[in-house]
Design a protein around this ligand. Structure first.
Ligand code: HEC
Length: 128
């Protein structure tokens, strides 16, 4: 009875570890629907939240014409950049990293969703 359990565990683990290495922009576009009520990643338009165009590598709180919360401005005051590491820290629990942020999103907990989302944010055109 134990053997089938081990086999299925191995099958489940294998694709998860390869996804960590390389996100899928098409799957990331689906994850981005959670963000799309407040953000676009394909145009410089600000909505409830700032445009996320070219967000990977962009300085914190730098979208033109967007009025950030004092908390987000303070968080970016030392010149921080939204690199992959910072996005992976922020997105699972935005209010924990930036206390007082106006981004009222509970967080994206799945590593796989984060991999795919970041692949999409880097290259939204790949999902079209
Ligand atoms: C309910 C609306 C809402 C949702 C949903 C939302 N955000 Fe936000 N987001 C905001 C707001 C508002 C800000 C500006 C925060 C501030 O000024 O404190 C923001 C800021 C950000 C920033 C910082 C941008 C900058 O220019 O520094 C990033 C990155 C971000 N959001 C990514 C995401 C991602 C990725 C998702 C989906 C997983 C998401 N957000 C979902 C409203 C939202």
């Amino acid at each position: 009875m134990r053997l089938p359990c081990l086999v299925s565990a191995a099958i489940v683990l294998a694709p998860a570890s390869s996804a960590l290495a390389d996100g899928d922009a098409v799957a990331g576009a689906v994850v981005f629907k959670k963000c799309g009520a407040c953000h676009t990643a394909t145009a410089p338009d600000n909505r409830v939240g700032p445009s996320l165009i070219d967000i990977v590598g962009r300085p914190v709180a730098s979208a033109p014409n967007y009025i950030y919360s004092p908390a987000m401005k303070a968080f970016g005051a030392d010149g921080k950049v939204w690199d992959e590491t910072l996005l992976r820290t922020y997105l699972p629990a935005p209010q924990s990293l930036v206390k007082g942020t106006r981004m009222t999103f509970p967080g994206l907990k799945s590593d796989r969703d984060l991999d795919n989302l970041i692949a999409y944010l880097k290259n939204p055109a790949a999902a079209q």
